[in-house]
Design a protein around this ligand. Structure first.
Ligand SMILES: [Zn+2]
Length: 416
C-alpha cells in the first residue's frame, strides 16, 4: 500500500487508511508556543488554542465536538481559574466550531467574521447534503452524525477587529483561503499567530471536489502578509505548531509559492482558451515543492487546485457544443453498446485493460454497462473491485475514501 510518511517535529502524515493523521495516533497534547500561549492538538478534529492573560483567557476554535472542547477546558483549568472571556473562530468549518457551546456556557463572548453567519445558515439549509458528502469524504467515520448546535458569533466584523485583554492586543484580521470567513489572530506584543486553516500541514485544499469555491490568490496573499510580521511561533488549524524560523518560512513560504504558481499558470491556460484537462496535464510543479514536507498531497492536490481555479473563474461549459444540451448519459452509453454489438465484449475489454494496469481506463469502459439490465451486476462487481485497487494505490484521503465508499455502495446495490 502506498503510504506517505513524513517525520517533521514528530508528525507523521499518512492517508493510507483514508485519514489524514496530523499527529501519530490520537494522543492529545498541548503545545506551548510562548509564555501563556498554547495550542491543543488532537483533542478533537481541529486544533483548539488558548491564551492565558492576567484578566482572563481567550480561546481560539473549539474542535469538532463538545467532548473535545471539554477536554481543552480541562487543560485550561489545570493552568488557571480565570474566566474564559472570548472564543474566536478562525472560520466556520464544523471541525473548528463544533465545541463552541462549551465555551459559551463558560461565559465567553464569541467573535467571528461576518461571513460565518452566512455559512451557518447555509449548513442548516443544506444539512442532508453536507451529511452525505462528508460521509464520503471522511468515510462514514461518524465525524458528523447529528446536526451540531451552531453558536453564532456575538461580535461580527468585516476587515479587522482589535481588542485588549490583560495587556495583550488581539488583532483579528480577515482573509480568504479555504473559506470566505477566515480570521487570523495576531498578538503583536509577542509576535504569536493563530493562523487557522491557512496552514494544515498538507497541500492546500483548494478545489475540494464536493465543496464551494475557495480562494487561492487571497490565500497566498494572507500567508505573505503573516510572513511580513516575522512571527516567532504559529499555531495552525491542524497539526503541531511552527516553532522555528525555518518551519515558519518552510510551511508558509512553500504553501504560498505553490498557490502562486498554480494561480498564475492556470489563469494563463484559461486566457489561452485551453481546457481544464489540458491544464491538469500541462502544469507541473518545481522539484523543491514536490519534495516539501509541508505540502504533501495527502489531502489537497495539484490537480484539485487547478480544477478549483477553473471552477472559480469560468462557467460549467467545457467548450464542446455537444455538451451544451447533452443527451441523457444512459442513452449515449446504450448507443455505444449497440454499436459495439456485443455486451460481453465490452466487459472483456474492461477486464483486459485492468489486467494491463489501465485501471482508470477500464472504469470508463465498464461504465458503459452500469445501466444495462443484463450486465449491470457484473459491471458493478468489476467496478467495485477496480475502485478498491485504485484506493490501495492512493495515499490521498479523497481518492482513497471516494473509491472505498463507492465500492461498498456498488456491492450493496449490484443486485438491483
Ligand atoms: Zn479544519
Amino acid at each position: 500500500m502506498a503510504e506517505t510518511t513524513i517525520v517533521e517535529g514528530g508528525t507523521i502524515k499518512s492517508a493510507a487508511k483514508g485519514e489524514v493523521n496530523w499527529s501519530p495516533g490520537s494522543e492529545s497534547r498541548l503545545i506551548q508556543l510562548a509564555e501563556g500561549y498554547y495550542s491543543g492538538v488532537n483533542f478533537g478534529l481541529g486544533n483548539s488554542g488558548f491564551v492565558i492573560t492576567d484578566e482572563g483567557v481567550a480561546v481560539i476554535d473549539s474542535t469538532v465536538s463538545p467532548a473535545g472542547a471539554e477536554a481543552v477546558l480541562a487543560e485550561i483549568r489545570k493552568l488557571t481559574d480565570l474566566p474564559v472571556k472570548y472564543l474566536i473562530y478562525t472560520h466556520g468549518h464544523f471541525d473548528h466550531v463544533g465545541g463552541a457551546a462549551v465555551f459559551k456556557r463558560e461565559g465567553a463572548t464569541v467573535i467571528g467574521h461576518r461571513n460565518v453567519r452566512q455559512r451557518f445558515d447555509r449548513y442548516s439549509k443544506l444539512w442532508e447534503h453536507h451529511l452525505a458528502i462528508n460521509a464520503v469524504q471522511f468515510r462514514n467515520t461518524g465525524l458528523l452524525t447529528a446536526e451540531p448546535s451552531l453558536v453564532y458569533p456575538d461580535i461580527e466584523y468585516d476587515t479587522e477587529y482589535v481588542f485588549e485583554l490583560g495587556g495583550r492586543t488581539f488583532r483579528l484580521i480577515h482573509g480568504k483561503g479555504e473559506t470566505d470567513d477566515a480570521t487570523v489572530v495576531y498578538i503583536p506584543e509577542d509576535r504569536i499567530v493563530y493562523i487557522g486553516d491557512f496552514i494544515i500541514w498538507t497541500f492546500p485544499n483548494v478545489g475540494n471536489p464536493n465543496k464551494v469555491v475557495r480562494y487561492e490568490r487571497e490565500w497566498y496573499e494572507m500567508l505573505d502578509r503573516v510572513l511580513s510580521w516575522q512571527p516567532k511561533a504559529i499555531a495552525p488549524g491542524h497539526g503541531p505548531s511552527l516553532l522555528t524560523p525555518e518551519a515558519i518560512r518552510g510551511a508558509l513560504g512553500d504553501t504560498s509559492e505553490v498557490l502562486q504558481i498554480l494561480h498564475k499558470e492556470t489563469v494563463e491556460y484559461i486566457n489561452q482558451g485551453k481546457s481544464v484537462e489540458e491544464a491538469v496535464l500541462g502544469i507541473a510543479l518545481p522539484e523543491h515543492l514536490l519534495q516539501s514536507p509541508y505540502i504533501v498531497p495527502v489531502y489537497g492536490t495539484r490537480e484539485f487546485v487547478i480544477r478549483g481555479i477553473y471552477h472559480r473563474y469560468t462557467g460549467w461549459y467545457d467548450g464542446n457544443p455537444t455538451h451544451l444540451a447533452p443527451s441523457p448519459k444512459e442513452a449515449v452509453k446504450r448507443t455505444y453498446v449497440e454499436l459495439i454489438g456485443d455486451k460481453a465484449k465490452v466487459l472483456d475489454k474492461a477486464r483486459e485493460l485492468a489486467g494491463a494496469g489501465e485501471l482508470q481506463l477500464s472504469l470508463h469502459v465498464a461504465d458503459l454497462l452500469i445501466g444495462d439490465a443484463e450486465y449491470a451486476a457484473a459491471a458493478k462487481s468489476f467496478k467495485a473491485q477496480t475502485l478498491l485497487k485504485l484506493a490501495e494505490n492512493s495515499a490521498n484521503l479523497f481518492y482513497h475514501n471516494f473509491y472505498t465508499v463507492s465500492a461498498a455502495e456498488l456491492r450493496e446495490n449490484k443486485e438491483e
